[in-house]
Design a protein around this ligand. Structure first.
Ligand code: ATP
Ligand code: ZN
Ligand code: MG
Ligand code: MG
Ligand code: MG
Length: 500
């Protein structure tokens, strides 16, 4: 249950002391409609007080009709009443006190909620006390913008623990067991053989000719076995992502700890940068502090998920039906994530290489395309890469990010993770995924279809580092031992770069 207590003052355009009786009568007798829902009283109003032109009321409610909702409706009713009868309007509503009590089995570790003065846990309840005094106080305008409801949603999601460690996971399918002869760490063997070298940045690798050829082989297989047969067209999606894209895609709701932020210079005037250049040239040290002062706030970040940047192409557009289902893919650049510490191997890196497929159509078309793609993947992993792999139904990323509770009007939407075992540590890694995103993107980017049918979309991210980790850890680095069909695609191993 959730309980609301709010004290609000209506500021009238004129003194209403003389109207005390009629206004109280109105409040006592004419407000049933706004205090009742489904025949049940959800909110009570009490402690009326009139001082000059100000009427103060205490609202107490449960979640059936939220007190702040009643405040909005009462303002309308009251100003109608006094307006028509006495030509007096309401010019402001002041929030004097506001708290929300939510039942919760556990305390939540939350700090710094906007408009909130204090959050306390006790008696199996979380009590949110709004700030009604300081310059950061909640005002009627925030009430109108449904800020309290967003705070409630946020807390509810925290209680449900969506995202992160408690991601929902449910096995869908698993390939037959395999015996593995190779039991080594793929990163270590590739490093030893000179296929890859550590880059300068954390979680970054420089891929030598052999590893690069392996990546390109994976891409070729995807192209020949999946993208071409299913009619996907290649596009190039931008890799620097401004805030607006993430606001529309929903990533803005939670992706902050993993972003590589991008800051442009305050100006490109060479003179402005003169001191930085001089200091570097004389001291041979980069004056980071000085640079920090000369760059702007982040305008966004480096590519985190590939597909959000695609949607700018269709934003506000109407797609003609004969184009549907629309099928495109991108593999034009890197993705970047600030991953958690202790990233050793290529499985989890800060800079990675990925192909992303995006398709859109009606709900039916989108779901059918997802099934076709899954079939093609199955053929690749079973017959060409010959992997031990499995699929699992997981919390869709947009639920994990946004903490959506149910999928009621999204039936069929969700995410399938593809996982492979890495025998050296006997762990499963997610090497790609496939999501049906319902109308999340088409709504966020306002994309319509010609016949006004609701458009759905799907996407699938193929992580080349992850494919490599899965493949090498199961088949080893000696290409003689690789599956025949794969060898055909791979061809000759390029010469590596030898150093003395
Ligand atoms: P994980 O659960 O391993 O952190 P994720 O669920 O965060 O991965 P997604 O956001 O689903 O990853 O991204 C789609 C695909 O991108 C993943 O299936 C994976 O192949 C690849 N990928 C994501 N993060 C990384 C990373 N840090 N290093 C290499 N590949 C990655
Ligand atoms: Zn995507
Ligand atoms: Mg991740
Ligand atoms: Mg995952
Ligand atoms: Mg994932």
């Amino acid at each position: 249950m959730i309980y609301f207590k709010l004290i609000g003052s209506f500021v009238f355009t004129k003194d209403i002391t003389d109207l005390k009786e009629v206004i109280y009568k109105f409040l006592n007798e004419n407000t049933k409609k706004i205090l009742t829902k489904n025949g049940e009283i959800g909110c009570s109003i009490n402690d009326f007080k009139i001082e000059k032109n100000i009427l103060t009321i205490k609202f107490e409610s449960n979640q059936l009709i939220r007190a702040h909702e009643v405040l909005i409706r009462l303002k309308k009713e009251l100003s109608n009443f006094t307006g028509k009868k006495f030509k007096i309007g309401i010019r402001d509503v002041l929030i004097k006190y506001f708290d929300i009590k939510m039942e919760s089995k556990k305390s939540l570790n939350i700090k710094n909620l906007p408009y909130v003065k204090n959050i306390e846990y006790g008696d199996k309840c979380i009590v949110i006390l709004f700030d009604t005094e300081s310059e950061n106080k909640i005002t009627y305008s925030e009430i109108e913008k449904r800020i309290p409801d967003r705070i409630i949603t946020l807390l509810k999601n925290k209680m449900n623990d969506y995202g992160g460690k408690n991601e929902h996971w449910e096995l869908l399918w698993e390939s037959e067991d395999k015996k593995f002869k190779f039991k080594e760490d793929p990163t270590k063997v590739m490093e030893k053989e000179g296929w890859i070298k550590r880059g300068y940045n954390r979680g970054q690798w420089i891929y030598g000719p052999q590893a690069t050829h392996l990546f390109r082989t994976f891409e070729k297989i995807t192209l020949k076995e999946l993208l071409e047969p299913l009619g996907f067209s290649e596009m190039i999606f931008p890799k620097l992502v401004p805030w607006e894209v993430w606001m529309r895609s929903g990533h803005a709701q939670g992706v902050y700890p993993e972003i590589y932020y991008v800051c442009p210079p305050k100006t490109r005037d060479p003179e402005y940068w003169e001191d930085v250049k001089n200091i570097y040239n004389i001291t041979k040290e980069i004056p980071i502090d000085l640079i920090e002062n000369k760059i702007d706030s982040p305008i966004g970040g480096m590519c985190y998920a590939q597909c959000p940047s695609f949607w700018g192409f269709l934003q506000g557009e109407t797609v003609s039906i004969d184009q549907l289902p629309l099928k495109v893919y991108d593999h034009s650049g890197t993705s970047h994530r600030y991953e958690s510490g202790g990233i050793h191997g290529i499985e989890r890196v800060d800079e990675f290489h990925r192909l992303e497929l995006v398709w859109l159509g009606t709900r039916k078309e989108t779901l059918e395309m997802a099934e076709e793609i899954k079939e093609k993947y199955k053929n690749i992993f079973e017959n060409i890469l010959e992997l031990k792999w499995r699929t699992a139904w997981v919390t869709p990323w947009f639920m994990a990010q946004e903490g959506k509770k149910g999928l009621s009007d999204m039936e069929g939407a969700g995410t399938v993770d593809y996982e492979a075992i890495t025998p050296y540590n006997n762990k499963w890694i997610e090497f790609q995924n496939l999501s049906v995103n319902a109308d999340k993107y088409t709504k966020g980017f306002n994309v319509k279809s010609q016949n006004n049918k609701k458009l759905w979309s799907g996407c699938s991210g193929i992580g080349l580092e992850r494919w490599t980790a899965a493949f090498i850890s199961q088949h080893g680095i000696n290409i003689e031992n690789w599956p025949d069909k794969f060898k055909k695609y791979f061809g000759k191993l390029p010469l590596g770069i030898k150093t003395l």
